[in-house]
Design a protein around this ligand. Sequence first.
Ligand SMILES: Cc1cc2nc3c(=O)[nH]c(=O)nc-3n(C[C@H](O)[C@H](O)[C@H](O)COP(=O)(O)OP(=O)(O)OC[C@H]3O[C@@H](n4cnc5c(N)ncnc54)[C@H](O)[C@@H]3O)c2cc1C
Ligand code: SF4
Length: 463
Amino acid sequence: MSARAGAGKAVTMGERPARERVRDFSEVDCGLSAEEAVAEAERCLQCKKPSCIKGCPVEIDIPLFIARIAERDFLGAARIIKEANLLPAVCGRVCPQEVQCEGACILGGKERPVRIGDLERFVADREREQGLVIPPVAEPTGKRVAVVGSGPAGLTAAAELARAGHNVTVFESLHEPGGVLMYGIPSFRLPKDVVQAEIDQLRGMGVEILTNHLAGASIPVADLHAYDAVFIGTGAGLPFFMNIPGEQLNGVYSANEFLTRVNLMHADRFPEYDTPVRHAGRVVVVGGGNVAMDAARVARRLGARVTLVYRRREEDLPARRAEVIRAQQEGVEFELCANPVRILGSHFVTGVECVRMEMCSLDDSGRPEPSPLKGSNFTIDADMVIQAIGQGPNPLLIRKIEGITYGRKGNILVDEEGRSSLEKVFAAGDVATGAATVILAMGGAKKAARAIDRMLREDQRDH
Ligand SMILES: Cc1cc2nc3c(=O)[nH]c(=O)nc-3n(C[C@H](O)[C@H](O)[C@H](O)COP(=O)(O)OP(=O)(O)OC[C@H]3O[C@@H](n4cnc5c(N)ncnc54)[C@H](O)[C@@H]3O)c2cc1C
Ligand code: SF4
């Protein structure tokens, strides 16, 4: 470790100016140079009891990988991260570090926490430039595991199980693996070649990934039960709707559909690609979370004037603060304390009727409960409406698995190690927790994979 540990000024990663980036889908953040990464790494105090690790759901040895960066051993740093996390270039870009590892960093009390996420991204990008090192896998156990869904939960479970020597097959309903990493999060936040490279590692570890395979339909449940264990990571891709008049009009999308069309099916390049998306001059996005920010920023990049309607105040927006600021910089207009009551139009959308909301008593989460102000209705002109008010697990597969227990919101009920009510069937990620984060999906999948591995080994001993 460098003698300068704890010294030096905090380093800030550069980003492309808003007026330039709003014209394309290239990445907003510029990454750190080697000099910047080393300088930031040298700020780490190398705490004896590092609180940052406790803040990381997959428990990366954060001080150790940072020490390697300070020593300019970037590949060594990547190896340490990958012992705990096979998707570091993804996590370095999209994890909410401010409430996880960086939120727990001791330096946060006095100055700015170490930029752990930016450092993770730096080493992952360095490693990728030089060709990713495929993690070693154990001797084959002869056990077969079916993984359903190839989002961060499915990919993590598949990687952990392959490392342990099991024969893993991933079934993915879409034509590309990656889940939300591919179809949801736009490429200006998470470039698709970065995701692709991290998925390719799994193939290098011997994992078979079968796309266009919809479990519960083209893959019957009985076929899944033929495996020694089943891991379900089907996410929460079923969008919620507002259930207001006008939702059936042409030009009304769920954020999921809109983002999938653009991110995965290149609708922005129609007719070069054959999936279209409505060309809108004015777009209203409903919602205040990360999904709403992504939809609004994508719509801006397609050239629309965008108004984001959210029923609470700016300080209540559930999206990451940095993404709210970026949306504002890119020209997204915010209509706060407002809620749509009707979508207007006869065949195509022409506008959205909203009502003003006032903030009343606090709800269970401590946020003010919004209530409509009588007679305050107003209209926003729009030819496209994108609803981003949340999503839940898709029931297609879950309802077909006889005997599996699920909750009121359709999420599979599991114990802390991902065990469902059915022997040999495990689940983690959004399908178990409801819509959450990439790293929580990965953390849950890792625990489930360890439990599956233990179960399969005990099984092997008993026979
Ligand atoms: C637009 C958007 C932006 C987000 N931004 C962030 C962010 O910045 N940071 C963050 O941490 N989190 C973010 N999230 C949340 C995060 O992406 C999810 O919590 C995470 O992807 C959940 O992982 P998962 O593996 O459980 O599910 P998913 O990523 O949803 O993957 C599930 C996969 O299962 C497949 N599948 C579903 N049913 C079947 C079936 N029957 N058979 C076969 N395959 C099936 C789906 O096609 C999908 O590929 C965002 C979510 C969205 C929608
Ligand atoms: S808590 Fe912060 S300063 Fe301490 S080891 Fe972790 S990153 Fe370094």
